[in-house]
Design a protein around this ligand. Structure first.
Ligand code: ZN
Ligand code: ZN
Length: 258
């Protein structure tokens, strides 16, 4: 059992060869993939892959980069689309102050709308965060105090302190292929101590292909390489870690387990 908790099967590089991509993932033992939405225009496509394949699930959401373009995607719209039986998460959403592609206030508003949908549906919120640790924690904490909700920090690259606070409020942490990069020493240090029961793995494909595939188009099959690296780093048995991260996926995204 091995789960890719975050990929974009509809993105260029994967969409043109989706059947082959899925076949290669299955060959390497990937038993489930979560296909993540980033814009309203791709919701149908993302969901279509999940409807056509038992091992593909879908999310519904707007990436922080695209918050400016979606002023009309409100909580009600997210809740409505999340009712589909193949939609198991809300996102990706969050704050990205590194690229600042959308106005920060709009990113925060959009993030809140997604969290409100998570609170209403019980589905986990998939959080993208870059260079926005303080605001992300403040917003998550405030909303968590209003009504608790499940969630994951995807493609984790933040500080140890951020990881501790995210864990404290009950969130999971997902590690991408970045952990295999030679210069990712801080992330490797964090990935060593993260509690196994809160750990997920992902590719964020087509981005971030791990060693030994760097420079290639990322695909869900490569989550096996990231898992193997992580097991070695943490001095754990790879099969046991694969089983644990898969079990964590189903505890968090429990609509997929039902
Ligand atoms: Zn992201
Ligand atoms: Zn993503």
């Amino acid at each position: 059992m091995l789960v890719d908790s975050h990929c974009h099967l509809n993105y260029k590089g994967l969409a043109e060869q989706q059947d082959e991509v899925l076949a290669r993932a299955r060959e390497r033992g990937v038993t489930a993939m979560l296909n993540i939405a980033t814009r309203e225009s791709e919701w149908d496509e993302v969901l279509a892959a999940a409807e056509a394949n038992d091992d593909v699930w879908a999310s519904v959401g707007i990436h922080p980069h695209d918050a400016d373009q979606h002023p009309d995607v409100d909580t009600a719209k997210l809740i409505q689309r999340a009712a589909h039986p193949r939609v198991i998460g809300i996102g990706e959403t969050g704050l990205d102050y590194y690229y600042d592609k959308s106005d920060r206030t709009r990113q925060q508003d959009s993030f809140r709308r997604h969290i409100h949908a998570a609170q209403a549906t019980g589905l986990p919120v998939i959080v993208h965060m870059r260079d926005a640790e303080a605001d992300t924690l403040a917003l998550l904490g405030e909303e968590m105090a209003r009504a608790s909700f499940p969630g994951v920090i995807h493609c984790f690259t933040a500080s140890d302190a951020f990881a501790r606070k995210a864990l404290d409020i009950g969130l999971y942490i997902s590690i991408s292929g970045i952990v295999t990069f030679k210069n990712a020493t801080d992330l490797q240090a964090t990935a060593k101590w993260l509690p196994r029961e809160r750990l997920l793995v992902e590719t964020d494909a087509p981005f971030l292909a791990p060693v030994p595939h760097r420079g290639k188009t990322g695909e869900p099959a490569f989550v096996a390489d990231t898992l193997a690296f992580l097991a070695d780093l943490r001095d754990e048995d790879p099969d046991a870690l694969a089983a644990a991260t898969s079990a964590n996926f189903y505890s968090l995204f429990n609509k997929a387990a039902a």
